[in-house]
Design a protein around this ligand. Sequence first.
Ligand SMILES: *Cc1c(COP(=O)(O)O)cnc(C)c1O
Length: 397
Amino acid sequence: MSHDDWEQFEFETRAVRAGQVRTHEGEQSEPIFPTSSFVFGSAAEAAARFSGETPGNVYSRFTNPTVRTFEQRLATLEGGECCVATSSGMAAILATCLGLLKSGDHIVSSRAIFGSTVMLFNNYLAKFGVETSYVGLSDYEAWEQAIKPETKLLFLETPSNPLTEIADIKKLADIAHAHGCQLVVDNCFCTPALQLPLALGADIVIHSATKYIDGQGRCVGGAVIGKEDVVGTDVYTFLRTAGPTMSAFNAWVFLKGLETLSLRMKAHSESALSLAQWLEGQPGIKRVYYPGLESHPQHELAKQQQTAFGGIVAFEIEGGKEQAWQFIDATEVLSITANLGDTKTTITHPASTTHGRLTDEQRAEAGIADNLIRIAVGLENSEDIQVDLQRGLEAVK
Ligand SMILES: *Cc1c(COP(=O)(O)O)cnc(C)c1O
């Protein structure tokens, strides 16, 4: 079935079935094609495939059947015409930038984005003459003012990490389009199960499939989704030439991850909401950041833009870094790691890990206090997680 044919089905059905092409073996589960190249029936057929005259596989840096199934399934879930899979989330951002930009072009980006993305923009794209300006995620006037004639892309993540600030995607898409720019949304935290940026006007969606799409902490991968004449041409051509493509095995793991994505995102969100509500009532907790709380300044926007609030909860405790570390070290079940989007709940101290490279001043500007702790709520029983967080609270009393 083509892209359009899948539109008649609901999200959960597409997540389980879209993109599958059964082979003559009649397999129920999608096969893995671990092959680097493909053979042709004749020299003439080889020539036609190489020239692009007839469609079909040539080499797995270009296309692979397992990878294609993953791409088609994720494209239908995001409501995009086209998806290309990459070797990591960072490779997805790299491929988008190198596919679409040239020396002299300019990016306006939210300040609150993944640390490696900032390094890619500042240390590498800048080296080739692509400059980036940073603005506050929901400071729409600042976005508008930062746009120059050379600006090609607006880049953001929503909700932000770790403070779960929300951007109005539709508003930023309108600003981008009024200036002839494309809006790129890294949809890693919500996944298409909770938020559909393309339907809100974004032009390109980026994924780190490493996180919730895998959902079980096994493989590193990424994807870019958007229009056929942008993602299917410029981004894809860069990718097949430069090579940061996804392996067939990883594509298969992510494909199976998509089948349970909706269920998992609901469960992550439900558990995170109950823990955020509980944390908010605890003595020793100064502030909780979670878009599902009525105390969140953009709770209404989050309700409009997302179908649930995701698995990331951040909170400030009484005290400073010493107390935050004591809290973290007192937990017994949670994994102390900066990764997220796993069945296993993780706990991290952003000021000394994910945001450790920033200067004190940059950290203060980003609102990352020394007493801030972030949890990425997994799929354990939430009461067990609560008991573990209680251990943290006891330790700093
Ligand atoms: C992890 C992450 C990335 C990078 O993805 P990798 O798969 O680690 O390369 C990009 N954006 C966000 C929001 C992330 O959390």
